[in-house]
Design a protein around this ligand. Structure first.
Ligand code: TYM
Length: 332
């Protein structure tokens, strides 16, 4: 038996990967991956809860796969796959829908936010989204779910669903824990630092994408919103913009927030913003170059997602089978 504990996490290909998803999630996936048995998913089924352009969705899923690998996830050691290729996700999700309460789903912050943003398309999938996410996690008997702060509520609901199911049927699901980084769990927009940096928001300049070119990254950081003060000091209540830039700098360089404060004593915001921009350019440069290279080798990417789906499906089926039996479905 594999003695390693299990990690599952995923990102929606509803937009290009951002610096936020890198710092809040992928960076930690890479750091933890050696010590865990890992599943990293491209959750395209979640993405269609908001209307997508089919050609772009398909393209982004492949490009996201290339970016996962370029960030340092070796497909030989990590199971990397596309959610819609593993039918067990939809199958378990239906069962879990029947163990998830209307009231629980109504309280989800992401549902409330997305309903407000997509008032003309508040579909049932958007509402039951967390049951699909619970299926993603619980299928693999996951121990740890590395995510940014905004996904904590969904992981907590997953635990409630698992607990409810286990209480009725015995220990079917492992109880997963969220893993939220101390620094970088909530990267904010560079232009409106009271809002989260988000791949699906139309916020030119506010969002940095992993595949952005150095000149675009520098331009966005030079224009980043700060405040009328002049001191580089971490104070996320009163100095949102500067604190966000400090978080980004600290996550990109590995320096602590205190070291960052000390480094910029007596220097103006202009110098500081350039230093943050340069740190991010250097962080993302090798990733972009590797992803660009991988995108030239479509056959390789196809082989990775096919193999990933095969491995994932085999493991997922074990849990699904147990669940079907427990709820009283007749074996085929
Ligand atoms: P998604 O696609 O919105 O975001 C992917 C991951 O990136 C993190 N993240 C951020 N972290 C810090 N600052 C930000 N500005 C920022 N923006 C995004 C998110 O917290 C997340 O970890 N429902 C999930 C996808 C999902 C999933 C799962 C995750 C589906 N099934 C199972 C874990 C396990 C989502 O919408 O993430």
């Amino acid at each position: 038996m594999d003695a390693k504990k299990t990690i599952f996490s995923g990102i929606q290909p509803s937009g290009d990967l951002t610096l936020g998803s890198y710092m809040g999630a992928i960076k930690n996936w890479v750091e933890l991956s050696n010590d865990y048995n890992t599943y990293f998913c491209i959750v395209d089924m979640h993405a269609i809860t908001v209307r997508q352009d089919p050609a772009s969705l398909r393209k982004r899923a492949i490009s996201q796969l290339a970016q996962y690998i370029a960030c340092g996830l070796d497909p030989a050691d990590n199971t990397i796959f596309i959610q819609s290729h593993v039918p067990e996700h939809a199958q378990l999700s239906w069962v879990l829908n029947c163990y998830t309460m209307f009231g629980e789903l109504s309280r989800m912050t992401q549902f409330k936010d997305k309903s407000a943003k997509n008032a003309d398309n508040i579909n049932a999938g958007l509402f039951t989204y967390p049951a699909l996410m619970a299926a993603d996690i619980l299928l693999y008997q996951t121990d740890l779910v590395p995510v940014g702060e905004d996904q904590k509520q969904h992981v907590e609901l997953t635990r409630d669903i698992a607990h409810r199911f286990n209480t009725i049927y015995g220990d079917v699901f492992k109880m997963p824990e969220p893993y939220i980084p101390k620094v970088g769990a909530r990267i904010m927009s560079l232009t409106t630092p009271e809002n989260k940096m988000s791949k699906s928001d139309k916020d030119p300049g506010g969002c940095i994408y992993i595949m952005d070119k150095p000149e675009d990254i520098m331009r966005s950081f030079k224009r980043a919103v700060t405040d009328s003060d002049t001191v580089v000091k971490f104070d996320p209540v009163n100095k949102k913009g500067v604190s966000n830039l400090m978080t980004i700098y600290s996550t990109a360089t590995g320096k602590t927030l205190e070291e960052t404060e000390n480094e910029f004593v007596g220097k103006g915001y202009g110098d500081f913003k350039i230093a943050v921009g340069e740190a991010v350019v250097e962080l993302l440069r090798p990733i972009r170059e590797k992803a660009d290279d991988l995108m030239k080798n479509k056959d390789y990417l196809v082989s990775v997602y096919r193999e990933g789906a095969e491995r994932a499906s085999k493991d997922a089926y074990r849990t699904l089978r147990k669940v079907y039996k427990k709820v009283g479905f007749v074996e085929r």
